[in-house]
Write a protein that binds this ligand. Structure first.
Ligand code: FEO
Ligand code: CA
Ligand code: CA
Length: 531
């Protein structure tokens, strides 16, 4: 269902920076920062259909790393990079950039169509392309962040990593591998949250049966890995916490099991944490997790959003008789989180993807990408204002911040990032098979956009970059000084088929095969908005 743009919501967004509606020290410092600034108008990029990264005037980009680059110790940078997260390091002139490696093109990685059964060698190779990569960065003499190349501090999480669970699953204490790592988050103690999204493609999905054994059903569009190694699908669909300094990781059961897009950690006024996450699937739910402690996500209470009643519903088996009747224990609830959520009235949404917090109003923004079976082709951005601006609150107000479409200038919003001035940056995910076709012709290739909060273009959608053929920009992340925007170029040429010409040759041009890569974006137009 197409929803209208909410003018009230947008005026509140602008009002957030006009000093009319804000209180609190954080807001005051942000406002004093932006109120003296004069933003210049940017010349927006028009939609493009070229096999290139094209940038608006005053922006520059360089490739930080491409798929397959060596990291050292036999490790290499994985495929289809998504979420990026900059992590500062104590007592070091280096920094880390975590990059999710969400999935892979079987044609480009191992020369097979996805529906083919892989050989064991192909399976083992493919497993190493997914998960995530930890890159060591250093600034060069010109002040630009660069990947240092093979280095003992670089690390990988992959489809073969042994990862413990925070509680046993059917007697198992660890699983093999992480994949489908789409977006993620950062904890206040500088560990990475990397989210397992489309996990069913790899080893299928587990469903309960009356005999208690359960059954495994293959995905509609499988990689067929289970033909080589039949691992338990219940081990996937979690949020994984990864420590960049030690390389230790664990799967956080408390946040539930579903197609996690991201895990946005928010610190509340009273020194508590809340983690927001969405289930990126048509007609699936939005969740929040309130950990028991402010320094660990190992245990806590999970809630699902009911938008009709504007409230968060607990998924704690000890508080919900309906869960007690239908599930064995809390781990069973978490493993079958979707079923528990719908049983208690979780609201189906149009593919909830990335979640960000407005640094000025503290509201929560959720990208609802689209819901094509329901005729919602362009998606929207939902805004949630927690009661009393307390993120542990169990009631909220929600409204559509901006609906996608030709009038608003973007379609199918996916990843978002706010800069320190409260400008909203977003990337869009029109699928490779739909790009350039009705009803998406007007948008061209996927893009990066900004909705400025102040200045002559406040509230307009300004296109900043256009992606190569079939690709999607993902994982926008600012450096702490806001002079660099890290941005993934994911799946250029994903429509390529075995034995046929590549549909993209980015970044090295014909006849080379396309390579997903991470960009650094800098330049005076970026600084005009972010500093
Ligand atoms: Fe991997 Fe929801 O995008
Ligand atoms: Ca995404
Ligand atoms: Ca996506």
């Amino acid at each position: 269902m197409m929803r209208p743009t909410s003018r009230r919501s947008f005026l509140q967004f602008l009002g957030g920076a006009s000093a009319l509606s804000l209180t609190g020290p954080a807001c005051t410092s942000l406002l004093s920062h932006v109120k003296h600034k004069s933003f210049k108008a940017l010349r927006p990029l028009s939609p493009q259909r070229q096999d290139k990264v094209i940038l608006a005037e005053g922006f520059e980009s360089e490739i930080l790393i491409s798929e397959g680059a060596p990291l050292g110790r036999g490790l290499f940078f994985g495929a289809n990079n998504d979420f990026t997260q900059f992590v500062s390091r104590k007592n070091s002139d280096t920094a880390f950039l975590w990059v999710n490696n969400e999935y892979f093109s079987s044609v480009l990685v191992s020369g097979r169509n996805r529906s083919d059964i892989p050989s064991r060698a192909q399976y083992l190779k493919e497993r190493e392309t997914v998960g995530g990569s930890l890159l060591t960065l250093q600034k060069n003499a010109q002040g630009k962040w660069k990947f240092v190349g093979p280095h003992s501090d670089n690390k990988r999480l992959s489809g073969s990593s042994q990862i413990p669970f925070t509680a046993p699953i059917a007697g198992e204490t660890y699983g093999i591998g992480s994949f489908g790592n789409c977006s993620g988050g950062l904890t206040p103690w500088n560990t990475i949250l990397t989210c397992e999204e489309n996990y069913e493609s790899y080893y299928g999905e587990w469903f309960p049966t009356k005999d208690g054994q359960g059954k495994i059903v293959p995905d509609k569009y499988p990689y067929n890995w289970s033909k080589i190694s039949a691992l338990d699908p219940r081990h996937y669909g979690w949020v994984v916490e990864f420590d960049p300094e030690t390389g230790n990781s664990k799967k956080l059961l408390g946040l539930g099991r579903y197609a996690h897009e991201c895990a946005k950690v928010v610190q509340t006024k009273n020194n508590k944490l809340v983690v927001y996450s969405g289930d990126d699937r048509d007609d699936h739910c939005l969740y929040k997790f309130i950990p028991d402690r402010p320094d660990s996500l190992d245990t806590g209470e999970l809630f699902v959003a009911n938008l009709e009643q504007q409230k968060w519903i607990s998924l704690d088996i000890d508080k919900q008789p309906l869960l007690k009747k239908n599930f064995k224990d809390q781990t069973d609830v978490l493993v079958q989180c979707r079923r528990a959520a719908f049983l208690l009235g979780g609201t189906p949404l149009a593919r909830p993807e990335d979640i960000e917090q407005d640094p000025i109003s503290k509201d929560i923004f959720i990208a609802l990408t689209n819901n094509k079976p329901k005729g919602d082709y362009h998606g929207s951005i939902l805004k949630i204002s927690e009661a009393h601006n307390d993120h542990t609150s169990l009631t909220f107000k929600s409204e559509v911040f901006r609906a996608g479409g030709e009038e608003s200038g973007f379609s199918s919003p996916d990843n978002m990032a706010f800069d320190q001035n409260g400008n909203l940056w977003l990337t869009c995910d029109i699928s490779g098979s739909a790009m350039g076709k009705a009803p998406y012709e007007a948008f061209g290739n996927n893009g990066l956009y900004v909705i400025p909060r102040l200045g002559p273009q406040a509230g307009k959608t300004i296109q900043i970059a256009s992606a190569p053929n079939d690709a999607e920009f993902t994982g926008p992340c600012f450096s702490p000084d806001y002079k660099t925007l890290f941005l993934s170029v994911q799946h250029p040429g994903e429509m390529s088929r075995k034995g046929q010409p590549y549909t993209s040759h980015w970044p090295h041009g014909s006849p080379h095969k396309p390579l997903s890569s991470v960009l650094t974006i800098t330049g005076p137009s970026l600084e005009n908005l972010t500093l």
